[in-house]
Design a protein around this ligand. Structure first.
Ligand SMILES: [Zn+2]
Length: 346
């Protein structure tokens, strides 16, 4: 760990075997002048081999990845690992306790990267992850979902990174999640995300959006759990046979690209959003996606929100109460496999 960071890791990440511990970030509060924010961490190391960092709970209202990471950490034995598996089931502990996206301070940890050892607590934690954890591993898996605010088709996802070799490895790893859909995306609402930092460091980075809307179904848990383990087998960190959709008799994953600003649709006014499309529904440019309603104006017709691209509806807002500028839907443009592998970053 960086000697110039106040953050301490209370397990030896160089040690062989399975170790449970925590990362501690110093803090001071009204009820405890001397305190630390503890983030549980698990290391399972077994000789030389590939390494992976698995992270859940960057956002506190996205439990899918947290549960999958907890199951993985508990159920994986040293003999199941080649190399090293580092698991942080929940990176934003206080947000998860409150079941909110943001920290109680208002920080969005997924806007705090690469962080700073001299910054706020979230920035200190981000800096520790960026300088002491990500550099140790070959692959980074960061599991998200729509949280309370939105519902996503369950999918694995990636950014279009410029390095063609890294891009190919990330596409292979993304497809190994075996979700029905895989999505290529852009950061539409700010920089400072964890995956961007891991990609900058040249890692194989796989993220997910595994549902959302404030609830989790058993089917979503199965997708999180099974996909995570299959990606780790694909990378070679976990022993065992890699499974494919084809071998399971399922059709190939559908690839969606949401890499244009027009693919993301925002509320033109504050009001109640009524979705008129369902996840997975094909739409064409100009088709209605939903309507904004205005409680103070029963006489006013609903304001129709239209698709600005042809594609598949892959995100729909889950909370009707909507503020001007909130994303209400995302339309992904369907790509074939060759476009994914030959994709142009221009
Ligand atoms: Zn998230």
């Amino acid at each position: 760990m960086g000697v110039d960071s106040p953050v301490r890791c209370h397990i030896d990440l160089d040690a062989h075997g399975k170790h449970f511990g925590h990362v501690a970030v110093p803090r001071s509060s009204n009820s405890a002048g001397w305190s630390s924010l503890r983030v549980p961490i698990v290391s399972i190391a077994n000789g030389r081999g590939p390494s992976a960092l698995v992270i859940g709970g960057v956002h506190g209202d996205e439990p899918e990845g947290q549960v999958a990471a907890l199951n993985l950490a508990r159920e994986t034995a040293v003999g199941d690992v080649n190399g090293q598996l580092i698991v942080i089931p929940c990176l934003s502990m206080e947000a998860a306790r409150a079941y909110t996206r943001l920290w109680p301070s208002g920080a969005d940890l997924n806007r705090s990267f690469p962080g700073s050892p001299d910054g706020s607590i979230d920035e200190q934690l981000a800096d520790f992850v960026a300088r002491s954890l990500i550099p140790r591993v070959d692959a980074v898996i960061d599991m998200h979902s729509g949280g309370r605010g939105s519902m996503h088709l369950p999918w694995a996802e990636m950014h279009l990174v410029e390095n063609p070799e890294q891009r190919r490895e990330m596409a292979d790893a993304m497809l190994a999640w075996n979700t029905d859909y895989c999505v290529v995306y852009i950061d539409i609402a700010g920089n400072g995300v964890l995956t961007e930092e891991a990609e900058r460091q040249g890692k194989i980075v796989v993220a997910t959006e595994l549902g959302g809307g404030g609830h989790v179904t058993a089917a979503t848990h199965r997708i999180a759990d099974g996909g995570l383990r299959n990606v780790l087998r694909h990378i070679g960190v976990l022993t065992g046979q890699v499974t494919t959709r084809e071998a399971a008799g399922r059709p190939p994953a559908r690839i969606l690209a949401a890499i244009e600003v027009d693919d993301y649709v925002f509320a033109p006014e504050t009001g109640l959003f009524e979705a008129v499309v369902d996840l997975g529904q094909p739409v064409s440019t100009g088709d209605p996606l939903g309507r904004m309603h205005f409680l103070e104006r029963p006489d006013r017709p609903g304001e129709v929100v239209h698709a600005r691209a042809d594609g598949i509806v892959c995100v729909v807002r889950a909370i009707a109460a909507t503020t001007q500028g909130d994303c209400v839907a995302v339309v992904g443009r369907e790509w074939d496999r060759s476009t994914l592998y030959g994709m142009d970053t221009a």
